[in-house]
Design a protein around this ligand. Sequence first.
Ligand code: GTP
Ligand code: MG
Length: 137
Amino acid sequence: SNRTFTMIKPDAMKNGHAGAILDRIIKEGYRIVALKQTKLSAEKAGEFYAVHSARPFYGELVEFMSSGIIIAAILEKENAVASFRTLIGATDPAKADEGTIRKMYATSLGENAVHGSDSDENAEIEGSFFFSGLEKF
Ligand code: GTP
Ligand code: MG
């Protein structure tokens, strides 16, 4: 597929990086298919990250992702899932390559500035979690 799903997480929002991150995404050639600013309840964050519910950091992750405003977006570019994960860099910003979004804007392993879908299937599921069919043109 040529679509992926991203969120700008509460740390990057609070630290004032949303504009720079969106600018970078656009400059890297992604078309913004759909975009919204919202806030996840703990229940909704738990549902979004249900795949991680058995992990020791799940409670912390849910608390963090529901702690503030986020931006959610569907992005379109050739090979979107893989290319976007390269652009954002490793989960732990300390291990992320120079110039990646997480290296530049993330706070820590837990508060790592951005989300990027890890498969075409999850990109579709995650995009549909936030956006209706009418919004995905
Ligand atoms: P996402 O794009 O957010 O899905 O990140 P990822 O695919 O690089 O990592 P993964 O799906 O394995 O983990 C999801 C999120 O859980 C990460 O982005 C982190 O925010 C958080 N996370 C992962 N490992 C840890 C950890 O050891 N401690 C804490 N506090 N959070 C973690
Ligand atoms: Mg992931």
